[in-house]
Design a protein around this ligand. Structure first.
Ligand code: ZN
Length: 668
């Protein structure tokens, strides 16, 4: 076994035109150690993947926005945090912030952000108490430490800091001794699987058998997510008074990683199958058209005017990233992209300064108002600093950086997998050869992806390309040769000798799809992007906290349209328009891609309690005239209709009816 803790020595400039390798990851690839089951893929050490193109812009926007500055004006993660030795907040907010700030800092290789990260990590590593416990003395909850462990694993991968592994070993030994007397409580019971991820990370590096013992202790005390979903007790919105940890959105988003991680220990096929079981139940009973499920703050059914919390969005992404690595199921990557490219940007302003606690797929108005949430308060759908509650303010930061770090993975047969697609570059070593792969693309706004391979010397290895389930007639040309046998919904393996300068050209056609939803409505998807009605937005400032504004947003154009769509041939109902990708790609005024279609206003579909009423049962009828409506990416629309009622086929007016409707409607 190689010593995986020493800083990796990287030789020379082998990347040619792509760039120097100075920022290569500090750690070698680490695979699962017996008796753990093998994973389909292995996550590469943080900083193996370098974001490029629009994704780099997006991370840069984040660094220039709230993530790079939150500590300067929000006391909960400021210099008085108890996680820095101060008297302030000492629970989850400091670790949450670091769990996103740290990967952002190292992925951008940004000295200013790295300098912000270091004091937090140093304080935790250097202030471990003699009994092995870590974190603020006043914290008596296992949960926030579970987050800090995730931070430490990423820090180790990025820096190779030799302090991390011994601190984690000593901490886990401490916890193992204490768990009988101080068992998991409250949140920690439902979030133990997040510690399991860090625990298995350490086991793969040290092989300490006591770590697997601690995994069993945690599993015995923690919530059994698989059993819960095998008899899922909810069939939509929870009843009043029924809310508890089990129906809590963020808990469920975190819980989604449990069966895949458990499978590594149990080798039980039922654990392997349970990720699909969980997603199936969530989609069936609570599914929303943005790839998420409703929980505002608890399960709320499929009405697209219910909300989902931003913490649940970023946590579900992280669960999918871990689950994808274990299972290698391309559909998990499809889902990951759907959330990353839609629900994640849709809950933030394009400049990434203000965010929502709860976003709604049908969001006709953003206002301080009493909505029909299961639990949350009147601020919940404002764009602001900490609407409703500050957990998302602390936790939103992990979304983009962890997605970027998960784009590429290693395969057990010494290969590379393009797990998800976005502009990036990966630096790794394969069969002893330094390899750089550059991914040039404007995906998901375009359907072309170009990979260029730069091994230091010719080397054979397998490359796994994801063929998304939604594509049809994909084309892959590798080294000038057309690749046969591509199957949507799977990873396609290409094994060959790779030489410097070779390319892999991928075309993933994106036919427009009409996806059935609540009350017979449809949502419109093209590739991984969900499309929403572009509504005129009037932004009204509520308050200012440091650099962050809290906003209401009111519609300045109609929103209550039914869509004219041929459900048998939906692509024929839409015209696609492409424009350049802007520095802030998820912006309403110049989105990179738009769809045009025909729709008709539905006067009976109105606002109730500041939200669009549920879409009326489709098919719908309207006596008004057809209009051209513009749909833009969900993530670019802060006001939006995403679930559209479908106009009935009998409503295409013939000449006589048209005459009648004109007569009726003319205000003469
Ligand atoms: Zn939250």
């Amino acid at each position: 076994m190689v010593d995986t803790f020493t800083r990796r020595t990287f030789l020379g400039c082998t990347a040619g035109a792509i760039g120097a390798l100075a920022a290569a990851p500090a750690e070698e690839l680490v695979k699962n150690r017996p008796p753990l089951a093998a994973s389909a893929f292995y996550r590469l050490p943080l900083t193996s993947v370098r974001p490029g193109g629009w994704l780099k812009d997006q991370l840069r926007n984040q660094a220039d926005g709230i993530t790079g500055h939150l500590d300067e004006f929000w006391p909960d993660v400021g210099p008085n945090s108890a996680w820095l030795g101060g008297a302030g907040e000492g629970w989850e907010r400091g670790p949450y912030y670091l769990d996103g700030l740290l990967p952002l800092a190292y992925l951008l290789d940004d000295p200013k952000l790295i300098a912000k990260v270091k004091p937090w990590v140093d304080w935790t590593l250097d202030r471990q108490r003699p009994d092995g416990s870590i974190g603020p003395e006043k914290n008596k909850d296992w949960w926030p430490i579970m987050i800090m462990l995730k931070v430490l694993t990423q820090y180790q991968e990025a820096t190779g800091d030799p302090r991390v592994v011994p601190v984690m070993e000593k901490y886990f030994a401490c916890q193992s001794r204490m768990l009988a007397a101080e068992p998991l409580q409250s949140w920690a019971i439902y979030r133990w699987q997040d510690e399991l991820a860090s625990l298995l990370w350490l086991y793969n590096r040290t092989g300490g058998p006591q770590l697997l013992g601690l995994a069993q202790q945690l599993r015995a005390q923690g919530f059994d997510w698989r059993k819960f979903y095998e008899n899922f007790p909810y069939s939509g919105r929870i009843a009043r008074g029924q809310s508890g940890h089990e129906s809590h959105g963020v808990n469920n988003a975190m819980g989604l990683k449990t069966p895949a991680l458990s499978y590594l220990i149990s080798h039980d096929p039922a654990d392997r199958a349970a990720t699909g079981l969980m997603l199936g139940a969530l989609d069936k009973f609570e599914g929303l058209p943005n790839g998420m499920f409703s929980a505002d703050e608890h399960f709320a059914g499929r009405n697209p005017s219910q909300g989902i919390e931003l913490c649940a969005v970023v946590e579900m992404m992280f669960s999918l990233e871990l689950g994808l690595a274990v299972l290698g199921d391309a559909r998990l990557a499809d889902r990951l992209e759907k959330i990353a490219f839609n629900a994640l940007p849709g809950a933030q302003t394009a400049d990434q300064w203000s965010h929502q606690y709860d976003q709604q797929p049908n969001q006709a108005m953003v206002s301080l108002g009493r909505r029909d949430w299961t639990t949350n308060g009147p601020e919940s759908n404002l764009f602001g600093l900490a609407p409703n509650f500050g957990c998302c303010t602390a936790n939103l930061h992990q979304g983009w950086p962890k997605f970027a770090a998960s784009l590429w993975m290693a395969s057990p047969d010494d290969g590379l997998a393009v797990a998800a697609y976005a502009p990036s570059e990966v630096h790794t070593k394969i069969r002893g050869v330094d390899v750089v792969m550059a991914e040039n693309t404007e995906y998901p706004f375009r359907n072309q992806i170009s990979l260029s391979v730069s091994p230091a010397s010719p080397v054979s290895f397998p490359l796994y390309l994801r063929i998304p389930e939604w594509t049809s007639d994909p084309v892959v040309v590798a080294g000038g040769q057309r690749v046969e046998g591509l199957r949507p919904g799977s990873y396609h393996r290409i094994e060959r000798e790779w030489r410097r300068g070779q390319r892999v050209e991928i075309t993933l056609p994106m036919p427009v799809r009409a996806v059935p939803g609540f009350n017979g409505s449809v949502s419109v998807e093209r590739g991984p992007l969900v499309y929403s009605l572009r509504i005129g937005e009037a932004w009204s400032k509520l308050k200012q906290t440091g650099p962050v504004t809290d906003w209401e947003v009111y519609p300045t154009s109609p929103w209550n349209y039914g869509l004219r769509v041929d459900l048998n041939h939906p692509a024929a109902s839409f015209e696609v328009h492409e424009d350049p990708v802007a520095r802030q790609p998820f912006n309403r005024s110049s989105p990179p891609v738009m769809l045009e279609a025909k729709g008709r206003r539905l006067p009976e579909w109105v606002i109730v309690d500041d939200s669009a009423a549920p879409p009326p049962q489709s098919p719908v009828t309207s006596k008004l005239e057809d209009e051209t409506v513009t749909l833009i990416p969900y993530g670019a629309a802060r006001l939006r209709i995403t679930s559209f009622p479908v106009l009935g086929p009998d409503q295409r007016p013939n000449q006589a009816e048209q005459q009648e409707s004109v007569d009726v409607c003319k205000p003469e």
